[in-house]
Ligand binder design. Sequence first.
Ligand SMILES: [Zn+2]
Length: 207
Amino acid sequence: MSVKILSEARKEPIEARPPANVKPHLWLPLDKTSVLEMQLAEDHPITAYVNKHAEAKMRNHALSMRHDTLEVMGLMLGEVRTWRGKEYILVRDVITSDLDATSVSVKFDSSGFEKLFEKLDGAGFDYVIVGWYHSHPGYGCFMSETDLKTHASAFVSPHHIAMVIDPKNFDIAAFRLKDGKGVETDFAVYWDEYDDPYGGLKRIPKN
Ligand SMILES: [Zn+2]
């Protein structure tokens, strides 16, 4: 991504407890899952909480190009919050647009920016851009030199993360930029109570 599009004003993060319903991503290896489960059990926030619908959109976007072996990308929208002096982010939704992609590169198509801005306008909530996602079909999750440059030029806030998804190996990881390097950071999937299709009922009452 070569154009700088992120100019939103930095809002003061609100103090709020992280989501209550959280789980490690199903694609995480077991060792990372058990470490994360211990972290989630504590009353300290981890780096990022990704809404399950946003997670499904990113994952399915990457999976949709799995057989064509094309990269995908998009922006993550959400909130920056603090809890007990630690900053964390909520990824509430993701958006994408027309892409110019190969198996090892991706950027927004020149015509894609207008659509992207329309989607940002229509986000339906007061968002902050909290990062970006893209896929590495078949070659693992890491930050390439190009990814590091993209991140350093367009995602300059300390809360910005990069989510990398490998839809062929079913691998996913989140990164932050530290001293010019991509450092893996922790994230979990959350859902809201009202996402439960049965509203907490064990069975649907019949008249
Ligand atoms: Zn990449």
